[in-house]
Write a protein that binds this ligand. Structure first.
Ligand SMILES: *Cc1c(COP(=O)(O)O)cnc(C)c1O
Length: 402
């Protein structure tokens, strides 16, 4: 359900969803913190009584500042509608718990954000939902996993943390043929780095904590899609499960989004400089960034992504070497923060050992474990290249790697 915009991405990022405040003429949008709204509507108190245009009633149902952000995100992602949630995990939960019921089957990427992997493997199965864990880069495996009761395919591209891609157009064809919905966690790509909806994805999910907000100061999530699917999630996940975004965070994320197209260009340029430098460093054994010609799916990246993002994964040898370097980084890095999360203006780096990740989150075995190790070896550093000068980031890494 792609909606083409009249404006370019920079104009859209700044103006979509907002306008001068009708009450005051304020050029910047206000923050509406009100939890409730004075109404002349004597309708019922059920989510099912909500109608389009019925106005604001209570902020769990809808809030003007959150609505502004939803309009901005939908415009940037090229979809009819958007639901904002309290976090990226709340967005994933909204998808799973709105579109899956006991007895249904879903296919989930075998490498997903760790919280999503654990949610799918533990919580969904506890609720009687069948889950197949599949390497989404293997299209035959995706097709083979489909069952008569498959309702949802959930993928992530580029995947956190190893930067492996899913061919969205190809998986969308499998989903369409089987009658399943396709959702994609596009957090690494950002809302403007990849036209996921145009490639056939029904539900484009983001942790807006990352690139969308972009400043590391607001946790949030979002799902972009058709109005019908988004409104079903709003009723279930927003109004009933209650994982709504606070207006204050919505305002911060909207403010961040205004500069997203500019920031993504800078993230990409910085990542290119750092990735190319890492590839020449003698202690670095493998660098993964979709924009590098050495990325195994570089052609797919060029086809599918309009911006390669700022997320780099690199290896330095075995686990002991990686852990020792992580310790040195904690002491020696002056610019890059040793911390989880990503997509912020500050560069962030974190060591992710394969053994630990397998024990706690992914629990892959056999061919799937081998495929993961193919990318990650004994472990990777996940580097989120921020907006600092690339020379300073390189000097910082040089100090740690020396
Ligand atoms: C961070 C992240 C999430 C979870 O988002 P939160 O806002 O931390 O709940 C989900 N998916 C990906 C790819 C992420 O990087």
């Amino acid at each position: 359900m792609t909606r083409r915009n009249r404006f370019g991405p920079m104009t859209t990022a700044i103006h979509a969803g907002e306008g001068p405040d009708p009450a005051t003429g304020a050029s910047a949008p206000p923050i509406h913190m009100s939890s409730t709204y004075v109404t002349e509507n004597v309708a019922g108190f059920s989510a099912h009584d909500l109608e389009e245009g019925s106005g604001f009633l209570y902020s769990r149902w809808g809030n003007p500042t959150v609505t502004m952000l939803e309009a901005k995100l939908a415009a940037l992602q090229g979809t009819e509608a958007c639901l904002c949630t309290a976090s990226g995990m709340a967005a994933a939960t909204a998808i799973f718990l709105t579109f899956l019921s006991a007895g249904d089957h879903c296919v989930v990427s075998d490498v997903s954000y760790a919280g999503v992997a654990e949610l799918a493997r533990d919580t969904l199965r506890r609720l009687g939902i069948e889950v197949s864990i599949v390497n989404m880069a293997d299209l035959d495996a995706v097709a083979a996993a489909i069952r008569p009761n498959t309702r949802l395919i959930h993928t992530e591209t580029p995947v956190n943390p190893i930067g492996r891609l899913t061919d969205l157009a190809a998986v969308a064809a499998i989903a369409r043929e089987s009658g399943a919905l396709l959702s994609c966690d596009a957090t690494f790509a950002s809302p403007i780095g990849m036209d996921a909806a145009g490639l056939g994805v029904d539900l484009v999910m983001h942790s807006t904590t990352k690139y969308a907000g972009g400043h590391g100061d607001a946790v949030g999530g979002a799902i972009c899609g058709s109005r019908e699917l988004v409104e079903r999630m709003r009723l279930e996940a927003g109004i009933h499960h209650g994982g709504i975004l606070s207006p204050f965070n919505a305002w911060l994320i909207a403010r961040g989004l205004a500069t997203l197209p500019l920031r993504m260009k800078a993230h990409e340029a910085g990542a290119r400089a750092v990735a190319e430098w890492l590839e020449t460093h003698p202690r670095v054994t493998r660098v993964i960034w979709p924009g590098l010609a050495s990325h195994p799916q570089h052609d797919l990246a060029r086809r599918q992504m309009s911006n390669m993002g700022g997320m780099i994964a690199f290896q330095v040898g075995d686990a002991a070497t990686g852990e020792a370097l992580a310790q040195r980084m904690i002491k020696r890095l002056k610019v890059i923060h040793y911390a989880v999360s990503l997509g912020h203006h500050r560069s962030l780096i974190f060591w992710m050992g394969t053994e630990g990740l397998m024990e706690t989150s992914f629990r892959l075995e056999g061919a799937q474990l081998a495929a993961y190790r193919d990318w990650a070896g004994d472990g990777i550093f996940r580097l989120s290249v921020g907006l600092e000068d690339a020379d300073d980031l390189i000097a910082d890494l040089e100090r740690a790697l020396a």
